[in-house]
Design a protein around this ligand. Structure first.
Ligand code: DHE
Length: 550
């Protein structure tokens, strides 16, 4: 007699989910997949929100995997099926994280959220609708037309030393005068702003939120204000301006590009008004192995060349570096360079000729010769390199570009000078304690120090501190605990324009703030805190960001 083991009830309903921002709508199929896994419409929506906030960055918007493995009910042939892992297996990963860099979510997510995610991950992922030119145009708002903006600063402050500081969870950006440390404005921007970049003229800050919203902030008025807004995609991490001046200054501050995680595309805008000009899909064949077509090909970091009308656009899942020529922004031409997977973050070498980017799933750094539009080298480094924009130091070993690692305790110093040893790791430095978790490093041409955080290390004594290294000897000089009156993880360092102060954020804890150290004495100078300082993350000095100083 045939025995019925499961009564599989599949209820398919189409509901709208909103990812915190009510404008992020996507169609989801709600499924009650088996007798064991039950999930209501509301839970599906909430699970999507939590996934979007906390998981999509590493596991992909469609759960097909990226830096982290795929999270599909039936697996993808490479990684385990979430149904096979079951609630207990999924819970173990969510609660404890992994040594490869997944953070432990216990204590960050509530018990109810963890329990929900153990079910959400066992049913099919929601389907996102398209987000195309017409949708982008609908979101475009010019708040202060160009003709109504001041033609020169309406104050005597030193804009070059302004800092744009991201208050991630509040969806706000604070503009702080780096000379006086006064807060000039706290502006409501996109949900979970990820990075800021500055205009080539050093006047505007552009923010991009995890919801793909770009906000343009003008620093000329007495109180900095938002002059335009637009949304590039449902989910995004990168924004950049055109920095090439050209013989007639044709492209300086003319265009802006934003990279989409979901949909996988890049959008070019007019940099003064944010009018959308073109959308280009980044789905395509992967760089390695069989010709594998990758639909979810998310745009990770983007940088602008100072010497050519080119943006370097790094496509994560395909491992393709796109060199996008913006001379015809409505019909941009691109050269695609196959490299390694999954491309993430990176920065320029000291000459501004070579761009170095982490391929974090293959433990490599890819070097691109940008003016000559070719792959220069691929360098083996440690587990899950995470350079941020990297750091350029010079000592007796030559000019070196540095990356840290998420999955291993080491900083790798790569020689960039032509000749013997070019593009090899000439030195590795271990930070104190065990485990990886380094997210960012930073130096300044006028400084003798290189600073490194350990934000994702599970050990509190390490993640609430930063380490300072002597750039000449490459020895660790000091590990600095964040002040006791703050509580959280130290993340992301930024220098002031003069290169004699370092600003560090303390976030993800009970008491967040921005801490400023004297770079020469390594003594604490000031703590910026208050109700308006809510979980600060990235900080961007106007002059250093405009001129790619790191
Ligand atoms: Fe980031 C840079 C993506 C998690 C803070 N982050 C970047 C860049 C990418 C990226 C592609 C490079 C942008 C560029 O240069 O154009 N980040 C991702 C993720 O996908 C990931 C792993 C997970 C996610 O869902 O977002 C992730 N990032 C984080 C964080 O958890 C951090 C610490 C806080 C946050 O915002 O959630 C964080 N990322 C930053 C910062 C930068 C950044 C501050 C810019 C560094 C710089 O100096 O340029």
């Amino acid at each position: 007699m045939k025995k019925v083991l499961f009564s599989m009830a599949i209820v398919v309903a189409v509901v709208a989910i909103s990812c915190k921002d009510s404008e992020k709508k996507s169609e989801v199929k709600e499924e009650i997949a088996s007798g064991d896994i039950k999930i209501s419409k509301e839970e599906m929506k909430r699970g999507s929100d939590i996934y979007f906030d906390k998981c999509a960055g590493c596991h992909g918007s469609t759960r097909k995997g990226a830096t982290g493995p795929s999270l599909l009910p039936d697996g993808d042939g490479k990684f385990a099926a979430t149904k096979a892992l079951g609630a207990a297996g999924l819970r173990a990963f969510i609660e404890n994280g992994t040594p490869a860099g997944m953070p432990e979510w216990k204590g960050v997510m509530s018990e109810e959220e963890i329990e929900l995610m153990t079910r959400f991950l066992q049913v099919d992922p929601p389907i996102t609708p398209p987000f195309e030119m017409a949708n982008i145009k609908e979101t475009w708002k010019v708040i202060v037309p160009v003709a109504d903006r001041p033609t020169k600063p309406e104050h005597n402050r030193n804009i070059d030393n302004f800092f744009g500081v991201i208050m991630r969870d509040a969806g706000k950006v604070a503009i702080i005068d780096g000379d006086t440390k006064e807060k000039l404005a706290v502006l409501k921007t996109g949900f979970a702003v990820h990075i800021l970049r500055t205009s080539a003229s050093g006047r505007y800050f552009y923010s991009i939120g995890r919801d793909g919203r770009i906000t343009m902030i003008d620093t000329y008025p007495k109180v900095p204000n938002i002059v335009a807004e637009v949304r590039a995609s449902f989910d995004a991490r990168s924004v950049e301006v055109s920095k090439y001046k050209g013989p007639k200054g044709d492209f300086y501050d003319k265009y802006l590009i934003a990279g989409g995680y979901n949909p996988s595309h890049f959008v070019i805008f007019d940099a003064q008004t944010l009018e959308p000009l073109s959308v280009t899909k980044t789905s395509g064949n992967a760089c390695d192995g069989e010709k594998e077509f990758v639909e979810e090909a998310r745009v990770a970091s983007i940088v602008a060349s100072h010497t050519d009308p080119i943006w370097v656009v790094n496509v994560k899942e395909t491992g393709m570096v796109w060199l996008v020529d913006y001379t015809d922004p409505r019909n941009p031409k691109s050269t695609q360079i196959p490299s390694a997977r999954f491309l993430h973050d990176g920065g320029w070498d000291a000459t501004g000729h070579y761009f170095l980017v982490a391929a974090n799933a293959s433990n490599k750094i890819v070097v691109v010769d940008v003016p000559n539009k070719k792959l220069e080298a691929i360098i083996e480094v440690g587990v899950k390199p995470h350079p941020g924009r990297g750091a350029n130091v010079k000592n007796k070993l030559g000019n070196l570009w540095v990356t840290g690692h998420l999955g291993e305790n080491k900083l790798s110093f790569i020689k960039t000078d032509k000749g013997e040893g070019q593009w090899t790791v000439v030195k590795e430095v271990k930070l104190p304690g065990n485990g990886g978790g380094n997210l960012f490093i930073k130096t300044h041409p006028k400084s003798k120090h290189l600073w490194a955080d350990r934000t994702l290390n599970p050990d509190k004594s390490l993640h609430s501190a930063v380490t300072v290294i002597d750039v000449n000897t490459l020895e660790v000089i000091k590990t600095i605990e964040m002040p006791k009156e703050l509580d959280g993880r130290a993340v992301h360092m930024e220098y002031n324009k003069a290169g004699d102060e370092v600003w560090i954020s303390v976030f993800m804890g009970e008491k967040s703030g921005i801490v400023i150290y004297d770079d020469k004495t390594l003594e604490l100078k000031q703590i910026i805190k208050g109700d308006w300082v809510e979980n600060p993350t990235g900080k961007f000095n106007m002059y250093n960001t405009t001129n790619d100083i790191y």
